[in-house]
Every structure is written in C-alpha cells, then in structure tokens.
Design a protein around this ligand. Structure first.
Ligand SMILES: *[C@@H]1O[C@H](CO)[C@@H](O)[C@H](O)[C@H]1NC(C)=O
Ligand SMILES: *[C@@H]1O[C@H](CO)[C@@H](O)[C@H](O)[C@H]1NC(C)=O
Ligand SMILES: *[C@@H]1O[C@H](CO)[C@@H](O)[C@H](O)[C@H]1NC(C)=O
Ligand SMILES: *[C@@H]1O[C@H](CO)[C@@H](O)[C@H](O)[C@H]1NC(C)=O
Ligand SMILES: *[C@@H]1O[C@H](CO)[C@@H](O)[C@H](O)[C@H]1NC(C)=O
Ligand SMILES: *[C@@H]1O[C@H](CO)[C@@H](O)[C@H](O)[C@H]1NC(C)=O
Ligand SMILES: *[C@@H]1O[C@H](CO)[C@@H](O)[C@H](O)[C@H]1NC(C)=O
Ligand SMILES: *[C@@H]1O[C@H](CO)[C@@H](O)[C@H](O)[C@H]1NC(C)=O
Ligand SMILES: CC(=O)N[C@H]1CO[C@H](CO)[C@@H](O)[C@@H]1O
Length: 426
C-alpha cells in the first residue's frame, strides 16, 4: 500500500469524526519530523469509553492510539464447549453453534464500533490439484483482500492482493457468519464475494480477479454447512470485559465448485474440503498470534480406513491465564473437540518462516500431536504505515505426522493447510 494513500485515509478518517484541532506534541522521541496534521487524530472526545489512553502523536505521521497500550491480563478458562449457540453477543464462552447476529452495540455506539471493529473472513479450499485461499479483512478505514491459488502438481501460483481505502469497495457487510454476504466489488471483473445461503445450507464463494501476473482467475465454490447439524467452534472471547472477539471456525466441510484460470485451465469442476473462519473483533492495540490450520483425509492407523481431520490451533491471541488457547480445536469426522492443553507451535527463525519446517506438538497426551509443516509458499504483508504496523506472514504448504486421540492414531500425510505468524499494531 502506498504511504500517501494511508495519510489520506488518516486525514479523511479523522475529519469524519470531526475531531478537535490538533496540539503540537511537546516531544518527538522516535522521529525527527513532526507531521503537519490537519486535524487531531485522537478520538478521545468522540469515543471516550473506548479510548482510555488515546494519544495524539504527530511524530512522523498522524498517529492515533485507539485503545490501551497495556495488554490486559488474559481471562480465566472459558469452560467446556457447549452444544448450543451463545445466548447473545456478550455470553463469553465456547460453543458448537454460531450466533445468527453478532451485535456489539452493547459495547459502545456504532460510530465508535466503526473504527474498532475488525471483520475477517478467511476461506481455504483444498482439492487434489489446487489449494485455494480467499480472504476479506475489513477494518472499515481500510480493507485488505487477497486470493491465491496454488497448483500442487506443478507449483504454479496465482496471486491477487489489494487494499481498499476506507473500505469503499466493500459493498456488503454481514452481521454474522450465517447470513448475508461480505462483498468486495470493484467491477464486474474484480470481485470477491463470500455469502451464506440459509435456504441451501451452504457458503457461496464467488471470485473473479486478475492476478498480479495479469491472469484472470474466477471460481465459484459452495461449501456445505448446516448451522443446525454440523459442529463448529464458536468462541466469544473477552480481550477485556468490554472488548469482545467473536470467531466462528469450521473445518473439513465438503465443498464443490468450478474454477477457470486464464488460458491455463478451462472452466472445470472440483470437489474438496474447506476451512473457514469468520471473526468480528474489537481490536487490541497490539496483537500477536501464531496459527496452524488444515482440513485433510487422514488414515486411521489402528482401525484402518480414512477419516476427515481438521485443526485450528493457535497461540497467544485467545489464550486464557494459563496460556492455553481457547480456540484450539480438532474436528474428527465432523465432531468438534477442544484441546485444553498447551499446544506448542515452534516456528523457524524469522528469516526462514516461509522456507523451513514448523513443528506443532503437545506436551500432555490425549491428544498427542506430533506434526511437521513444510512451507511451500507464502502470503506476506509488511506494512509500516501511518496508522498501522502489520507484519503478517501466512505460509501454505503441507503437514505430516500423527495425531493420537481417544485411543486412535491418525496419520496425516501431505495435508495441505496454512500457518501464520503475525504481529499487528493498530
Ligand atoms: C444487521 O443488524 C442490524 C440490527 O439488527 C440490522 O438493522 C441490519 O439490517 C443488519 N444488516 C444486515 C446486512 O443484515
Ligand atoms: C459488482 O457490481 C456490479 C455493478 O456495480 C454488479 O453488476 C455486479 O453484480 C456485482 N458483482 C457482485 C459479485 O456482487
Ligand atoms: C470475469 O471477468 C472477465 C474479465 O472482465 C470476464 O470476461 C468474465 O466473464 C468474468 N467472469 C465471471 C464469472 O464473472
Ligand atoms: C453438498 O450438498 C448438496 C446438497 O445436499 C449435495 O448434493 C452435494 O453432493 C454436497 N457436496 C459435497 C461435496 O458433499
Ligand atoms: C504465559 O506466557 C507468558 C509469556 O510467555 C509467561 O510470562 C507466563 O509465565 C506464562 N504463564 C503461565 C501460567 O504459564
Ligand atoms: C501476492 O503478492 C503480494 C504483493 O506482491 C505479496 O505481498 C504476497 O505475499 C503474495 N502472496 C503470495 C501467496 O505469494
Ligand atoms: C514429512 O515431511 C518431511 C519434510 O518435508 C519429510 O522429511 C518426511 O519424510 C515427511 N514424512 C511423511 C510421513 O511424509
Ligand atoms: C503415513 O502415510 C504415509 C503415506 O501413505 C506412509 O508413507 C507412512 O508410512 C504412514 N505413517 C505411519 C506412521 O503409518
Ligand atoms: C480457519 C480457522 O479456523 N482459522 C482461525 C484459527 O485461529 C486463528 C488464530 O486466532 C485465527 O486467526 C484463524 O483465522
């Protein structure tokens, strides 16, 4: 993203909220230049309940600190996963069913939520030949969209990535993961649309984009998912009592659709397994996380036969006070299980994140996880912008190893998925 764009975004953003005239800071510790802001980017006046530590900072740019600088302590364990949906949008806990409307207006007025809510919709589809990712991240003041398609048979990668200042190209926003659409639409040949069709019980993913190498990629996939019959992980997690995050994860859901890649692949049909994540969260000032996910057909070593296995394992972001992630989840033949033990995600050193193996292991048994992830490619965003500092690395590749659980041992061999290592300062 270009810096000038973000400055424009910061200025428009500040003026939308009709903020006070700015104050020249008394000192600039980190930067030699004082940036000439037209308005005070600090939102203290407008959203005081949410911005206890709002600081205007003009050192090198129009900075504004939306939320507290200090990390608050992690909450206690959120308890057993419940078979139901949350009762409402502040019923913190873990659930197998999603909410039909995620409504954070109890936290603060919509105007304040506009700048602090982050909506993230990630979808991955693995077919025998292709590994496909489609993601829409909407921060309201900016949106980031990326799509990539990796051909497992020859290593070709089709990559599309873009930003939309003030999210002007986000034409529809959902209230939940099980209704309506999130639509990025710049033109009839540049759109990414993620919808949930309640009549048909499926997600409908429609994409038409031109890759960085000028190849037109279009696909339409349906991901079967019944919010009544299928099990998912829904986590309503308090960063603080008044700073919620809602996230709805699915893995191993069957998917089918068609894809066309320029002159390379005529429109063809595919079936596969998918992994999805729909998140609406209040941004913390600083977030870090590590994450691993896949959906695969695995082999049951003891009993023979094949089972579907999905994982969503993370570290740091949604931890409880014992550093156990509240969203560590495993799906075995569609049944969801939470993992209430520490899962170690051991990354290679920074410069080898996207080339060398990652190791994912548990210390306790049941499950005993012993997985190795070999990166093959990556999607990276390194933005050090006026308003945000994002170091985002999503590597895709294959997992192999074993998972022992409930007396069975499952062999994961060449299971395609992704890992992430992130640092973001908003
Ligand atoms: C979201 O929820 C609000 C309040 O319940 C409602 O007014 C609005 O129409 C919903 N929007 C969508 C896109 O469903
Ligand atoms: C994108 O917008 C155009 C016109 O603005 C419309 O014709 C088209 O149907 C939209 N596509 C999607 C996928 O929403
Ligand atoms: C995608 O965009 C291209 C280029 O404009 C167009 O030819 C094609 O019909 C579009 N495909 C779909 C499925 O909308
Ligand atoms: C998804 O559901 C539809 C309708 O029930 C079914 O016809 C289709 O085979 C399912 N797809 C997969 C990949 O299981
Ligand atoms: C949790 O992790 C932090 C940071 O690594 C560490 O300082 C703390 O001691 C850990 N707490 C527990 C209960 O293990
Ligand atoms: C796609 O291209 C963007 C911009 O060049 C880059 O930041 C990103 O890492 C690429 N993604 C993949 C999967 O290669
Ligand atoms: C798992 O991957 C590693 C590294 O890519 C490889 O050395 C090992 O042989 C693989 N194991 C299996 C069972 O495929
Ligand atoms: C797991 O499956 C792979 C591929 O089928 C095989 O090479 C490997 O020996 C199996 N590992 C175990 C522990 O059975
Ligand atoms: C697919 C999926 O479930 N992904 C989520 C798992 O956990 C990480 C870490 O918080 C989320 O960022 C993923 O989106």
């Amino acid at each position: 993203m270009k810096n000038s764009n973000s400055i424009v975004a910061a200025l428009i953003f500040a003026s939308i909220f009709s903020i006070d005239a700015f104050v020249i800071p008394s000192q600039c510790l980190l930067s030699s230049s004082i940036f000439q802001c037209l308005v005070n980017p600090c939102l203290q006046k407008t959203c005081s309940s949410l911005t206890p530590a709002c600081i205007s900072n003009f050192c090198g740019g129009c900075y504004f600190s939306l939320l507290e600088e200090n990390d608050s302590p992690n909450p206690g364990n959120l308890g057993q996963i419940k078979d139901t949906a949350p009762a409402n949008s502040n019923d913190y806990g873990r659930f197998k069913k999603p909410l039909s409307i995620v409504d954070f207006s109890w936290v603060s007025p919509a105007l304040c939520n506009f700048v602090t809510e982050k909506n993230w919709h990630f979808i991955s589809i693995s077919t025998p030949q292709y590994f496909i990712v489609s993601t829409i991240i909407n921060l309201n003041f900016i949106a980031n969209v990326f799509v990539y398609v990796y051909d497992l048979t020859n290593g070709d990668l089709y990559n599309y990535t873009t930003n939309s200042i003030l999210a002007v190209d986000i034409k529809e926003r959902t209230n939940s993961s099980i209704s309506g659409c999130t639509v990025f639409n710049r033109s009839s040949s540049e759109y990414v649309s993620h919808c949930y069709n309640q009549q048909e019980n499926r997600y409908e993913i429609n994409v038409n984009v031109t890759t960085n190498d000028n190849i037109q990629v279009s696909f339409a996939f349906q991901i079967n998912y019944s919010s009544v019959n299928d099990q998912s992980l829904v986590l309503l997690y308090p960063f603080k009592p008044t700073q919620p995050a809602y996230t709805h994860h699915l893995a191993t859901q069957p998917t089918q659709g068609t894809m066309k890649i320029g002159n390379i692949l005529p429109k063809s049909s595919f079936t596969g397994l998918s992994t999805t994540d729909w998140t609406l969260a209040y941004q913390k000032r600083v977030t870090r996380w590590k994450w691993a996910s896949f959906s695969v057909q695995a082999q049951d070593i003891k009993n023979g036969g094949s089972v579907t296995i999905g994982i969503n394992l993370s570290n740091e972001l949604y931890d409880d006070k014992n550093n156990i992630s509240m969203e560590n989840t495993i799906w075995i033949n569609g049944e969801v299980y939470t993992i209430d033990d520490f899962v170690n995600i051991e990354t290679p050193s920074e410069q080898f994140l996207t080339t060398q193996p990652w190791y994912i292991t548990t210390v306790e048994d049941n499950p005993t996880i012993d997985l190795q992830f070999q990166p093959v490619g990556s999607h990276q965003e390194h933005d050090n912008l006026v308003i945000v500092d994002i170091q985002f690395v999503q590597a895709f590749g294959f997992f192999n190893g074993t998972i022992q659980m409930l007396g069975n041992t499952y062999n994961i061999s060449n299971g395609w998925g992704v890992v992430e290592s992130n640092y973001a300062k908003w």
